[in-house]
Ligand binder design. Structure first.
Ligand code: BG6
Length: 490
């Protein structure tokens, strides 16, 4: 089965930070895949802009290499690669010094195509770039700006960044990427909830015991110490990706998929999160940091040993018990956890339903387990609905806990596109449904800031965990204190 490709209007995309990691690993491969899928209309152009003194040809060589390194070999088709790189141009631009913008304006010329500026650069440059684009009359009425996280490291800094961008671009022209929203399985969460009548009547505190959201990574720092050591897992993963997942699980049904309808509902969830602060942080949060251990079969260093100065109190793991104070979810804990150098790479959402109110089966039938819906976001994307069934055979009534198992790889024989493919095309289409609105980002920080402050004020230091395990023992205690256990993700 092949997914249908609907072409987008011609566009000019300018990628600032064109030789950086994001452009190389994600944007160029994603754009190449859209070329290959036949989604571009003519004339579509892509301009790289960064401080490196390259020319068009050198940038095309960079892109060819990025495709060779980051696209699976069986998807690298020489003629498509050449058609793709022919769209590329390059302009040296120094955003801090403000040089190169005239040359960029000249390169773009008088085009009436959709224009998008993708800022794959440090957030400290967002304001300066936006201003310079305006000063050089590069911002046309159809222009859009795309920014990546981290959008600030606190509510205050996020507001300052949003203000700086907002001085030049209206909110409906600002596309704040949370790449988790572009993942197929994350969108599938909406399909599961709102394209089926089955789940919604049960999706509340009367029937759900608790929810777990796990985003576990096997990788460590990956050479990002400068950023990561000043951020930590709470800012890096919870403020954005995990809270977005929580919103999609917990929100009311929007009346349509219209961007603002959906984002209004997510915002209500963020605003309803019960505050975690100095009074309860020690009970509701766990901070961890990986120590030396084994991961992916090999010995790995501890986090602190990977740093130049060999010491740090930055968390590489966090577990939280969150609650949403509204009618639907009152009393239903949402256990959230994420970490680096954990036992395996797995992201999943578990909806644990309440047990049956009364069993008609005798002891010989065995235990009756409560139903569980497991939505596996990555890898091995799929949905498992655990139910009780009768063990087949004449041996009397014995019960078994079995999954109705839908693996997307088995059910659909299509390539799972990278989140960036969908998101960049949505920018061109002007569809903001899968992008974060300003008030959402700020509401998320409003909940995160007091946790960070509590950790600091209470001196809640990191607890060590061996690389290749599921995090500090305190994370297990966090959920087991409530008589529950983390879902075995393996
Ligand atoms: C990024 C974080 O936003 O998401 C990284 O900054 C993390 O630290 C990454 O590794 C995880 O994304 P994915 O798509 O690999 O789950």
């Amino acid at each position: 089965m092949t997914a249908k490709t609907i072409p987008v209007d011609p566009f000019d995309l300018v990628v600032f930070g064109a030789t950086g990691d994001l452009a190389e690993r994600k944007l160029i491969p994603a754009l190449y895949q859209r070329q290959r899928a036949g989604q571009f209309s003519e004339p579509t152009r892509i301009f790289g802009a960064s401080r490196s003194r390259l020319d068009d040809e050198a940038y095309r060589a960079f892109a060819r290499q990025a495709i060779a390194d980051h696209v699976p070999a069986d998807q690298v088709e020489a003629d498509q690669v050449e058609r793709f790189v022919a769209r590329l141009g390059y302009v040296p631009v120094d955003a801090s010094a403000g040089t190169g913008f005239d040359a960029l304006a000249a390169a773009i010329g008088d085009s009436a195509a959709v224009r998008a500026f993708y800022l794959a650069v440090a957030p400290g440059l967002y304001g300066a770039i936006a201003e310079r684009l305006a000063a050089h009359r590069l911002v046309a009425p159809t222009s859009r700006i795309v920014v990546e996280k981290p959008i600030g490291r606190s509510l205050e800094s996020a507001c300052a960044l949003n203000d700086a961008i907002g001085r030049v671009f209206d909110e409906h022209r600002i596309f704040r990427i949370d790449h988790y929203l572009g993942k197929e399985t994350v969108q599938n969460l909406m399909a599961l909830r709102f394209a089926n009548a089955l789940f919604e009547p049960l999706w509340n505190s009367a029937h759900v015991d608790h929810v777990q959201i796990t985003v576990a990574e096997a990788v460590g720092l990956e050479g990002r110490a400068d950023y990561y050591d000043t951020a930590g897992a709470l800012r890096d993963m919870v403020q954005n990706h995990i809270l977005q997942l929580l919103c999609l699980v917990a929100m009311e049904a929007p009346s349509s998929l219209d961007a603002d309808e959906l984002r209004d509902e997510k915002l209500k969830v963020l605003r309803a999160l019960t505050p975690i602060d100095g009074g309860n942080a020690a009970r509701l949060t766990v901070r961890g940091q990986y120590r030396a251990g084994a991961s992916a079969g090999g010995a790995v260093k501890g986090y602190a040993q990977e740093l130049e100065n060999g010491a740090s109190d930055t968390e590489t793991f966090v577990a939280l018990k969150a609650e949403i104070a509204n009618w639907r979810w009152a009393g239903v804990p949402f256990y959230l956890r994420t970490g680096k150098r954990l036992a395996s790479r797995v992201s999943e959402i578990v909806i644990q339903f309440k047990p049956i109110p009364h069993s008609i089966f005798g002891e010989a039938a065995g235990p009756v387990y409560a139903n569980q819906l497991v939505i596996r976001l990555q890898p091995d994307e799929g949905v498992k609905q655990w139910i009780m069934i009768k063990d087949p055979g004449p041996g009397g009534m014995r019960l078994r806990h079995m999954p109705l198992d839908m693996s997307f790889a088995d059910s659909f024989n299509v390539r799972n596109p990278d989140a960036y493919e969908r998101l960049v095309m949505d920018v061109v289409r002007g569809n903001q449904t899968l992008f974060m609105r300003r008030d959402e980002v700020e509401a998320a920080w409003r909940w995160i800031d007091p946790i960070l402050a509590a950790w600091e004020d209470n001196g809640q230091t990191v607890q060590g965990y061996t690389a290749g395990t599921w995090g500090p023992s305190a994370s297990i205690a966090l959920i087991e204190r409530d008589g529950r256990t983390w879902h075995e993700s393996v």
